[in-house]
Design a protein around this ligand. Structure first.
Ligand code: AHG
Ligand code: MN
Ligand code: MN
Length: 341
């Protein structure tokens, strides 16, 4: 494509901002910081096998320097970039036990939640990993920022998105007016609009779940997995099983192709594994904006009122008819005749 036709992330945000009446450029500053941090992390991910960043956090390398795991590096890089942009008062991260207050920004209204490195078990084996983020505004600007400001329902998100460090590096995000995807052009180090207005099919042919845990899943989920494997020409079953073990990578594939990702509750982990604030909510905002569904099995993900920062929720997310079916099976409800689910 000739470069005159390329829309960079920066241009795209500028064009979109003119649509908002109260646009003050704050969000675009936050996005610029996220973009910069992602480029730094992307660079480190690309040379992960070459330098001493594969070791365990806390270990020392031959030079006696402390080695840092990539997820700690990513956490530091994103926090530093977001702290510098001057628009974010608080950051909550999967890697930090507590909320982080940005020095000198206590009057700012934005809060960022993030999973700085999702899929960390895949770093050492060269499979796709990524960064997930979510942006909220603080409700009461007359008071100092506090923990309660972070514990908002997902439906209050102003924006959410993810960077995927895969065979190419991409950003996919929403601000509540659809979902757009940008691919990093390495040669010019710009994210360029490559996937405008992403919508996800109502039906898919892929199911993604850690089937090793099958025996521990609720009965309805076990039945649904069995359903996915049955032969049925009219619904194109059996579906394909695809599971990378990085939510971002599994989600991204299913978003584009149609499918369902599930991380159910188990006896050992009654709330599942994935975190509401850093994983479930940001992905839920994206999937809903793309026409899909995100459920805890008990209701809409974005309606859950968080009680603590690192809260976990079971997650069923993806194509509308597939999620509707598994949720119905989970709750022992009649499954309405769905087109091809
Ligand atoms: P993280 O690397 O941020 O801890 O997240 C890992 C998560 C998620 O990315 C993935 O979907 C899930 O863990 C995989 O879990 P299992 O290995 O239990 O299947
Ligand atoms: Mn994660
Ligand atoms: Mn993580």
């Amino acid at each position: 494509m000739p470069y005159s036709k390329v829309i960079t992330l920066e241009q795209f945000i500028v064009d979109q901002q003119s649509l908002y009446k109260d646009a003050q450029g704050s969000l675009s500053k936050i996005f610029r910081s996220l973009e910069l941090a992602a480029k730094v992390v992307n660079r480190d991910v690309r040379k992960a096998g070459l330098v001493d960043i594969l070791g365990n956090h806390g270990a020392t390398n031959v030079q006696g320097e402390e080695q840092k795991k990539l997820d700690v590096i990513a956490n530091d890089v994103f926090i530093a970039a977001l702290s510098r942009c001057g628009e974010v008062c608080m950051i909550i991260s999967e890697e930090n036990d507590e909320e982080y207050y940005v020095d000198g920004c206590e009057n700012e209204k934005y809060i960022v939640a993030m999973d700085p490195l999702d899929g960390s078990s895949n770093i050492d084996v060269n499979a796709s990993i990524g960064t997930i983020f979510s942006i909220y505004t603080r409700k009461n600007l007359n008071e100092k920022p506090k923990l309660e400001d972070c514990l908002q329902k997902g439906k209050n998100q102003v924006a959410s998105g993810y960077f995927i460090y895969g065979s190419s590096t991409m950003l996919v995000y929403t601000t509540g007016t659809g979902v757009n995807g940008f691919t990093l052009d390495d040669s010019i180090q710009e994210f360029c609009l490559s996937h405008p207005n992403i919508t996800t099919p109502d039906d898919g042919k892929i199911y993604s779940v850690n089937e090793g845990n099958l025996a521990d899943f609720p009965d309805g989920v076990q039945e649904y997995v069995q359903y996915c494997k049955e032969k049925d020409k009219t619904t194109s079953r059996p579906y394909s099983a695809r599971y990378i073990g990085s939510l971002i990578a599994d989600f991204h594939r299913n978003l584009l192709k149609g499918g369902i990702f599930m991380y159910p509750s188990t006896e050992k982990a009654p709330s599942g594994k994935l975190r509401l604030m850093y994983e479930a909510n940001p992905m839920a905002f994206i999937i809903e904006q793309a026409g899909g569904v995100a459920s805890t099995g008990d209701g809409r993900v974005m309606d859950v009122k968080p009680e603590k920062l690192h809260q976990r929720v079971p997650l069923y997310i993806g194509s509308k008819n597939m999620v509707t079916r598994v949720v119905a099976m989970l709750n022992n409800e009649e499954v309405a005749e769905l087109a091809n689910s």
